[in-house]
Design a protein around this ligand. Structure first.
Ligand SMILES: Cc1cc2nc3c(=O)[nH]c(=O)nc-3n(C[C@H](O)[C@H](O)[C@H](O)COP(=O)(O)OP(=O)(O)OC[C@H]3O[C@@H](n4cnc5c(N)ncnc54)[C@H](O)[C@@H]3O)c2cc1C
Length: 414
């Protein structure tokens, strides 16, 4: 295989590794795929710290086909490789905290740009009941006892395991990484692409790679294609490689704090023995996870979201986030590994307060729930958000953004 045919993927988050994973199934790419990442460790970005919630159809119209395609791919992958044990793949039963003053939901609304809860993007198409493990303690309203009863609000089940799911995102990324390594995908850490070179006929022929810490001399990798999948850093990579291009890549970094914790009440994942009314009784999921979405209330100005999920060892944990800071509050660092220095303890304390209110120990005297939670880890990461609100995928040659369905296709540019 001629060396000049290498395909170089810039950015080793879940997007870069998904592209490498699917591309490496095609024998014509055997030994030709390279992933280049600027950080010295993988998955220190959004891909490693995300909540890991998946929905089949909670998308704006333009992104809906890609959303459904992606949801089905997740399920297929989990069924094929025992994703349940390897990356905590579970169907998810979704609750929304309903308050009397919450605005009415609109299906398919872009919850991120609108700053609302995802619960409103889900809409509610049918009746979902409360579900809990047989024999598990439940609250008066039938919700599992690890969810704290709320004064002046109620828990509504708004979606179920057929259309929503959960993963432990870092474990999923590690699975993709191990499959890519088995298929000979080369991984270059602590490396950036600094320049592209072309043949005499104008085709891409080489990429110059430089160590991020600049401790070694640049090297040159002959290649025919490059793919930029650097999340929030994509505009910076673009500007470095195409400094004279009139195309502007409009992706911002939306910073999000998150906390992972355990509660003494949520100790076993729920075994799917009996679904509530309206649920699909034929589901193959052995266990389910839970998602909780909340609109802003008197207690918080943002939309907290909490996911009861399985950690890498199959132990239940709860991830809580949803408290976002835009890039003027928290500028995108040079590398995802620099994000730790930007963590704001006050933001983490706010999330912990929300965690206690949602899942703390019920106060026998009827007040706010008590804090008996054990924090496992805290994080800050940056979510790539396109200004159009839908994923961007294009090839440079046309100098135009094209359909998102082409996201896994690799094209040559001249
Ligand atoms: C708090 C939070 C919660 C989220 N929850 C969910 C959720 O529940 N469900 C969901 O579907 N999505 C969620 N997301 C969004 C999801 O995490 C991201 O959309 C996804 O991880 C983006 O993956 P990526 O590969 O595009 O980018 P990233 O994960 O950011 O990876 C980009 C990679 O590019 C590398 N890089 C940077 N500069 C360069 C360079 N010059 N050259 C080469 N490489 C470079 C970085 O080191 C990094 O490894 C969440 C995001 C956040 C922040």
């Amino acid at each position: 295989m001629p060396e000049a045919d290498a395909v170089v993927i810039l950015g080793g988050g879940i997007i870069g590794f998904s592209i490498a994973y699917y591309l490496s199934q095609d024998p014509q790419y055997k030994g030709r795929i390279h992933i280049v990442d600027a950080a010295d460790r993988l998955f220190e970005s959004a891909s490693g710290y995300a909540g890991g919630f998946l929905a089949r159809d909670w998308f704006a119209e333009k992104a809906a086909p890609l959303g459904e395609f992606s949801f089905n791919l997740h399920r297929e992958l989990a069924n094929r490789y025992n994703g349940h044990e390897r990356w905590g793949y579970l169907g998810s039963h979704v609750y929304s905290l309903s308050l009397n003053d919450a605005p009415a939901g609109v299906r398919g609304e872009d919850w991120l740009l609108a700053g609302t809860s995802r619960a409103q993007a889900a809409g509610c198409r049918r009746e979902y009941g409360h579900v809990s493990r047989p024999g598990e303690a439940v609250n008066e309203d039938g919700t599992p006892a690890w969810m704290a009863p709320q004064t002046g609000a109620s828990w509504n089940a708004i979606a179920g395991t057929d259309d929503c799911a959960q993963v432990e995102p870092r474990k999923l990324c590690e699975f993709l990484l191990s499959e890519c390594e088995k298929r000979g995908v080369a991984i270059h850490l602590n490396t950036r692409a600094t320049r592209l070179g072309k043949n005499t006929d104008g085709r891409l022929s080489v990429v110059e790679l430089e160590a991020t810490d600049r401790q070694s001399k640049p090297t040159f990798l002959p290649c025919s294609d490059i793919i930029i999948s650097a999340g929030c850093w994509t505009p910076r990579v673009w500007a470095t490689l195409f400094p004279t291009s009139a195309v502007e890549v409009k992706i911002d970094g939306l910073a999000g704090h998150s906390v992972i914790y355990r509660t003494p009440r949520y100790t076993k994942p729920f075994l799917n023995a009996s679904y509530g009314p309206g649920e699909h009784s034929q589901s193959k999921d052995q266990h389910i996870s839970y998602a909780i979405y909340c609109p802003p209330t008197k207690s918080w100005t943002y939309s907290p979201e909490a996911y009861a999920r399985l950690d890498g060892d199959g132990k239940p944990e709860i991830w809580i986030g949803g408290l976002n800071d835009n890039s003027t509050d928290l500028p995108l660092p040079d590398l995802p590994t620099d994000a730790k220095k930007l963590i704001n303890p006050a933001r983490l304390a706010e999330l912990r307060r929300a965690a206690v209110q949602l899942t703390g120990m019920t106060n026998p005297s009827g007040g706010v729930a008590e804090d008996d939670l054990e924090v496992v880890s805290e994080a800050l990461c940056f979510r790539p958000v396109s200004q159009s609100g839908v994923p961007l995928s294009s090839r440079y040659r046309t100098e135009r953004w094209v359909s998102v369905q082409q996201v896994f296709q690799v094209r040559r540019f001249g």
